[in-house]
Design a protein around this ligand. Structure first.
Ligand SMILES: [Zn+2]
Ligand SMILES: [Zn+2]
Length: 340
């Protein structure tokens, strides 16, 4: 019997434990992936804490997976080969029969399969994933850089490219943490006049290193909205900070017809009045991640433009440490678990 190691949580909000499990066979339309790296995303806590319905314990979290195909299930041989380098992200497969799926809008599938929720995720040496969840990793990207692209990367990249902004437009990225530091780099590479917004003057240098053309310190005397209007008003604000107050504060900084694209998850309501939206035709929109093809596009664009996540790697045995560091906000950007 061959076994693999996984970092599982046995009960809601319980500790991580490293366990050995028997290596499973992939079923039809599934492949077995040997995990090389898995990013630690804040959304993993939704499953660890059973904050969403249907979490089954023990659970193995992890939806920023990068690895190699080790075994092909029936019906996958035409598209994939053993050894192919693949990533699996928040989009861990769709049902194919709900209305959004039948309309071709797979990322809002009513039965979306998120790894670490619908099936065991990437805090492990092995994952069984549906073939429609697989994104090809370009040679130029290391597994540790590819993994965060499957959630943090695709969410910011897609959030921007599916927005109403066009090259040359003023685009602001709120927050320069795990999501935002990628968002700034993508915004610059897409040709937007890019504004980074974060707390404190000390982050100005980092924002400039990421390529931002402007930096707004949200703790300064001038409000974020006024600072954005001084620059002409933002066509798009990509709100990556999980802070409803900070997100709300950007609305008056939007240009006419401006669009607030929300990707930072905060359960608190946004304090936006209808009047604020009406007069200038502003739009507030939530943006969900992206499909496997979107993840593949994100990685290809990142390889083309030399865009990489800032990561800190920890071996799988240190899952507890990596998770706690992410939760406490003391991580230097993306924590990534490695298996070799
Ligand atoms: Zn995520
Ligand atoms: Zn569906």
């Amino acid at each position: 019997m061959s076994v693999y190691r996984a970092a599982q949580v046995a009960t809601a909000a319980g500790p991580f434990e490293i366990v050995e499990r028997e290596v499973p066979q992939p079923g039809p339309c599934h492949v077995r992936v040997a995990v090389d790296a898995c990013g630690v995303c804040h959304s993993d806590s939704l499953f660890v804490n059973a904050a969403l319905p249907g979490v089954r314990f023990p659970v193995v979290p992890g939806h920023e997976i990068a690895g190699r195909i080790e075994e092909l299930g029936e019906g996958t041989q035409n598209a994939w080969q053993v050894g192919d380098r693949v990533a699996v992200g928040w989009f861990g497969g769709s049902c194919g029969h709900c209305t959004p799926c039948r309309q071709g809008d797979f990322v809002v599938c009513r039965n979306l399969k998120v790894p670490g929720w619908a099936y065991d995720g990437g805090y492990a040496e092995t994952v069984i994933a549906p073939a429609d969840a697989l994104a090809r990793i370009p040679d130029a990207l290391a597994a540790t850089d590819a993994a965060p692209m499957a959630c943090a990367g695709v969410t910011t990249y897609n959030g921007l490219r599916r927005s109403s902004a066009r090259p040359g437009d003023l685009v602001a990225v709120l927050g320069i943490g795990g999501l935002g530091h990628l968002g700034v780099q993508y915004a610059v590479a897409m040709g937007f006049e890019t504004v980074a917004i974060a707390r404190g003057a000390a982050k100005a240098d980092f924002a400039k290193e990421l390529g931002a053309h402007h930096y707004i310190d949200s703790t300064a005397d001038t409000s974020v909205a006024d600072a954005l209007q001084t620059l002409g008003g933002a066509s798009v604000v990509l709100a990556t900070a999980a802070n409803s107050g900070a997100i709300t504060a950007t609305v008056e900084g939007l240009a006419p017809r401006g669009e607030l694209v929300v990707i930072g998850a905060d359960p608190e309501p946004l304090g936006i009045s209808p009047t604020q939206l009406l007069m200038n035709g502003k739009v507030v929109r939530g943006h969900p991640s992206g499909t496997a093809q979107d993840v593949q596009d994100t990685m290809a664009f990142s390889a083309l433009h030399g865009i990489r996540p800032m990561i800190e790697t920890v071996p799988l045995d240190g899952a507890t440490e990596a998770y706690q560091k992410m939760m406490s906000g003391t991580a230097r950007f993306r924590m990534v678990l490695t298996t070799r």
